[in-house]
Write a protein that binds this ligand. Structure first.
Ligand code: SF4
Length: 785
């Protein structure tokens, strides 16, 4: 039965998982270790709906694994000692080796106020732009595509377009699993008004199953597909000549680069049948209200930026942008990737959607009264960890993210951090793969304890509000960063609350902004603490001329309705996009293509979702999805184990045999860490090749080899207490929470310990414990309770 507590017993906040940004009402239990959670019916992004992850938020609030006190070299410390050490070591490193010898690696899980202060400290006072965010792995290619076409990083549309479109094209987006509340909204529109859905994805997914047409495209062939669509549209009735002439430049060159549409060539390049291509082209041609939604399948590629521009070219050629029910729409994976883009969380941005043009550096410097502005972009994520490995970066502060699991070539990242002279990690938990490598561990507040704002994929800024007291010594990220800044002797960090930071952030967006910058929330520059507490979700832009602090903004904002863009001549740019394949093609040694992504019920590196039995049981082990013909060739039966190797790393996974993937291609989830599996960190295998314009890694395409793992024995363990498997002498284990305890899948290889030894070790029984045992020497079966 739905929880029906009176609204005044609940706190209105925002889900911390994905870029949909659903409003949540949370009522904590008396002990503060759980909460009743329901969707906020008044939040305009979800109108009361939640997906499985959001609905389980209340089950993830316990104190297991929480980092509760500052630690130095693994011993308990206090804030004074820890922050003095951080300030001292960063100051000494900068003095000895210059500002670029230090770096911050931050996160789309931070709140905007945390992000703002981190960016201000390093870019305005340390004098380096070496701050990058895990959003680099998520949507950096979309940022580049937007800026090249529009002059700014602007998402033109809003979620309401899903209700008003006649055709929705989902490109590289498993919408049903990764953005479930929006997918449900789309399906409701389909039921109501017959919206057609096209899914473009190398895999069959829950999203493609609900689509009218699935183009099971070859990995990396998106530019070839959208170039062909662009050429087709440009010689069809859908071409909007007047729009192109009045509001764009570069059309002729882009069309010439796209080439002619020989359908056999397009079919060959994309792997899609001519018939399906023609259907797709005709549907787009004949549907003015066409919306193209794209996500990681587009962005996580060495051609990600060009893929985005190939899509944007199609919308510009048809003038389908900025009006209801149409337009390109980049959907972000992380809860606050958009907020990070607003404050300059990426190394190649400054703040408030400004870049490193001299006038921008000067403007931000004057606004901050900065002592030492950064004048040039800093290191993007992959380059940053390479610089750590090479010894150029000698002190790094990692906040709210787990790069030892999520970065490509993740073993190299681990080795780099092991060798780095000074590593600081701010986190909520003490068990992460990255936290384990920190010299200084700083306990941060978690969802439910934090307070600030986040921005979702439709540019809607919402409050995350606290409804729990911070445990132990945990402090807010903005407070920790500001304290270090003060200890380093910098002025301008005397914040007492997130509302002060938000005011400054809003004021910067308005500062000398005469309409040349899209990001403008000047209407909120004067918001006081009470109005900030009561802040209702609103979409930007919200310039000063529109006073809305404390009010709900009902109007849906779309950009570019007037056909004016943020380039010098106010015209959008077509881009010449030429198809190119992924950086590393399969070889004889690595003949399979590894694609990575999310599953329905886990979030990032599972730090929160793995706490709940409900979410852990959807898929309890790291797996490889492999085509039946490949499985047969490799001698793999259903649920067997397979070793996967790339030129960078290896892992051991459960096999799922399925026609959802094409022959020669393999899919694996990105979530598992060494906390939950012996060898399930898939990004240890992922190649670190990046898009030359965006720096986004090609996480969707790594050549790998596969081989059957020859197990001596298999085991299944159900226990009440969590077993410690970190040094168990067996090749395979994967553990997941179940009601009342833990379930562990085990397998021993030829050289591993015997099952008897493992069973005795893991169950750790009292000497006189009563044991029920069934053993069959013929089959080798052993059951013990
Ligand atoms: Fe909404 Fe995303 Fe949270 Fe699900 S995970 S409730 S879709 S914000």
């Amino acid at each position: 039965m739905a929880f029906e507590a009176p609204r005044n017993a609940e706190t209105a906040t925002t889900c911390p998982y994905c870029g949909v940004g659903c409003g949540v009402l949370a009522a904590p239990s008396n002990d503060g270790l759980s909460a009743e959670v329901r969707g906020d019916p008044e939040h305009p992004s979800n109108f009361g709906k939640l997906c499985s992850k959001g609905a389980a938020l209340g089950e993830t609030l316990d104190m297991d694994e929480r980092l509760l006190h500052p630690e130095i070299d693994g011993r308990k410390s206090d804030w004074d000692e820890a922050l003095n050490l951080v300030a001292q070591r960063f100051s000494e490193t900068i003095a000895a080796h210059g500002p670029d010898s230090v770096a911050f690696y931050v996160s789309g899980q931070l709140l905007t106020e945390d992000y703002y202060v981190a960016n201000k400290l390093i870019k305005g006072f340390i004098g380096s732009a070496n701050i990058d965010t895990n959003s680099r792995l998520c949507m950096a290619s979309s940022v580049v595509g937007h800026k090249r076409a529009f002059g700014t990083d602007t998402v033109p549309g809003c979620y309401e377009d899903l209700d008003e479109a006649d055709l929705v094209v989902l490109v590289g987006a498993n919408f049903a699993w990764c953005h479930p509340v929006l997918h449900q909204r789309l399906l409701a529109a389909k039921a109501r008004r017959g919206t057609r859905i096209v899914a473009i994805d190398p895999r069959q997914t829950a999203t493609s199953a609900a689509a009218d047409l699935h183009l099971q495209i070859k990995p990396g062939a998106d530019v070839a597909l959208f170039n062909a669509l662009f050429s087709h549209l440009s010689s069809s009735s859908a071409f909007d000549k007047a729009y192109v002439e009045s509001h764009t430049t570069g059309f002729d060159a882009a069309l010439a680069a796209a080439g002619s549409v020989d359908m056999m060539d397009v079919a060959d390049a994309t792997g899609v049948a001519v018939e399906d291509l023609l259907t797709f082209f005709e549907w787009v041609r004949d549907t003015p209200r066409t919306m193209t939604i794209y996500s990681q399948g587009v962005n996580q590629s060495t051609a990600g930026s060009d893929k985005v521009n190939a899509i944007l070219n199609c919308h510009l050629a048809t003038g389908r942008i900025g009006t209801p029910g149409c337009g390109p729409f980049s959907i972000t994976g992380q809860p606050n990737a958009m907020g990070g883009r607003e404050v300059g969380g990426l190394a190649n941005q400054l703040a408030a959607h400004m870049d490193f043009a001299p006038e921008d550096v000067d403007r931000v410097g004057r606004f901050w009264t900065a002592e030492r502005m950064a004048y040039a972009p800093g290191l993007k994520a992959v380059d940053m960890f390479n610089a750590v490995a090479e010894g150029h970066v000698k002190a790094i502060w990692i906040m709210a993210t787990n790069p030892v699991v999520s970065m490509p070539d993740a073993d190299k990242v681990r080795a780099a951090l092991q060798a780095c002279p000074f590593v600081v990690v701010s986190d909520v938990i003490k068990t992460g793969d990255t936290v384990a490598l920190a010299d200084v561990r700083l306990p941060a507040t978690a969802w439910g304890e934090k307070s600030g704002t986040v921005t979702n994929s439709e540019r809607r800024i919402s409050r995350q509000r606290s409804f729990l007291r911070p445990p132990g010594d945990a402090r807010h990220d903005w407070d920790i960063i500001s304290d270090v800044a003060r200890r380093m002797g910098y002025p301008g960090f005397e914040y007492a609350s997130p509302s002060e930071i938000f005011r400054e952030h809003a004021a910067l967006s308005d500062f000398e902004n005469t309409g040349a910058r899209d990001f403008d929330i000047g209407a909120y520059a004067g918001v006081d603490a009470a109005a900030y507490d009561d802040l209702q979700p609103f979409q930007w832009p919200a310039p000063k001329s529109e006073t809305r602090a404390g009010e709900t903004q009902n109007e849906q904002h779309r950009f570019f309705q007037d056909g004016r863009f943020y380039t010098a001549d106010k015209k959008a740019r077509f881009l010449e996009t030429v198809p190119r394949g992924p950086a590393n093609a399969p070889t004889e040694n690595h003949p399979f293509i590894l694609n990575t992504g999310r599953i329905r019920d886990h979030w990032h590196t599972m730090t929160r979702t793995a706490k709940t039995p409900r979410l852990s049981q959807h898929i309890a082990e790291p797996f490889l999805e492999i085509h039946p013909a490949d499985a047969a060739d490799l001698g793999l039966s259903p649920a067997a184990l397979a070793t996967a190797k790339s030129a960078y790393g290896e892992g051991l996974f459960r096999v799922q045999i399925s026609r959802r993937v094409r022959q020669g291609e393999v899919f694996a989830p990105m979530h598992w860490t060494s906390r939950y599996a012996a060898a399930g960190r898939i990004d240890a295998l992922a190649n670190p090749e990046t898009d030359p314009a965006s720096g986004q890694p090609e996480l969707k395409h790594t050549p790998i080899s596969l081989s059957a793992f020859s197990a001596k024995w298999f085991g299944l363990l159900a226990v009440i207490e969590e077993p410690n498997l970190s040094n168990a002498p067996i090749s395979y284990w994967a553990k997941a929470r179940i009601e009342g305890g833990w379930r562990v899948e085990l397998a021993g290889g030829r050289d591993d310990a015997d099952i008897e030894e493992i069973a005795a070790r893991l169950t750790d029984l009292e000497p006189n414990a009563e044991i029920l045992e069934y053993a069959d020497t013929k089959t080798g079966a052993l059951r013990r309770a």
